[in-house]
Design a protein around this ligand. Structure first.
Ligand SMILES: *Cc1c(COP(=O)(O)O)cnc(C)c1O
Length: 232
């Protein structure tokens, strides 16, 4: 069995154990720091969704797969001056956390005639070290976003993303991920958002906990791709 098959099987089993219907958890293969050959090998095995964190690195990789039908997810924090590249080449953006960035992305998307599926990045641990909005900031962000109809035309708000506590501790991780699920439901209801149903949470060390708490996308790097020197 390939590593990819093993991870996919484990994801299915976790979902089953949690009493969740099959096929509701997507694997995002996080390929940052890995050469194009590693991505090509996964793509040849049927993996479609890939996550990259750095614009510079992604710029060298994505064009190599122009005809491969892959889906690109931008995971990292994004400087506004690099929004043009994300708007031009990515399908999903996991970490929207500011209105100026939303405006910048929307402008480039409009010009390029593209749209982007968007998750709002939440700093659920509120530890002051990670990117993302706090839960307290979420309502005012959404009010401002929705007040400008031009944004929603090209930026499709699809859900929330977070990074769990490190090191992983079962109870604290479950609380973190369960909290994101509750925030997703409350936000979708309060703002009557129709397709706001995606939870991007869970990485190599905590994806099982995240799936039990309702993750619809798990972002897995190290458990999928062999350990090699990383660029981070
Ligand atoms: C690197 C990264 C991942 C993957 O982490 P692994 O521990 O390698 O599975 C997931 N999400 C984000 C935001 C990342 O930066």
């Amino acid at each position: 069995m390939t590593t990819l098959d093993a991870v996919l099987q484990d994801i299915d089993q976790c979902a089953q154990r949690a009493g969740r219907p099959a096929g509701r958890v997507r694997l995002i293969a996080v390929s940052k720091g890995h050469p194009p050959g590693a991505l090509a090998a996964l793509a040849a095995q049927g993996q479609r969704a890939f996550g990259e964190n750095y614009v510079q690195e992604a710029m060298t990789k994505i064009p190599l797969f122009a005809d491969a039908g892959l889906e690109w997810h931008f995971l990292g924090s994004l400087q506004r001056n690099k929004a043009r590249f994300v708007a031009a080449h990515f399908d999903w953006f996991h970490s929207l956390d500011s209105l100026p960035l939303a405006r910048s992305l929307a402008g480039h998307l409009q010009a390029a005639g593209r749209t982007l599926e968007v998750l709002i990045g939440v700093n659920s641990l509120e530890d002051g070290t990670k990117q993302g909005l706090t839960y307290a900031d979420l309502p005012s962000f959404l009010e401002a976003f929705l007040a400008d109809p031009a944004l929603a035309l090209v930026l499709h708000l699809r859900g929330l993303m977070t990074i769990g506590p490190h090191p992983v501790q079962a109870a604290a991780s479950a609380r973190c991920f369960g909290g994101l699920r509750e925030a997703l439901e409350a936000t979708a209801r309060r703002f009557a958002l129709a397709h706001f149903d995606q939870l991007s949470m869970g990485m190599s060390e905590d994806y099982r906990i995240a799936i039990a708490e309702g993750a619809t996308m798990v972002r897995i790097g190290r458990a999928l791709l062999d350990e090699r020197p990383r660029k981070t």
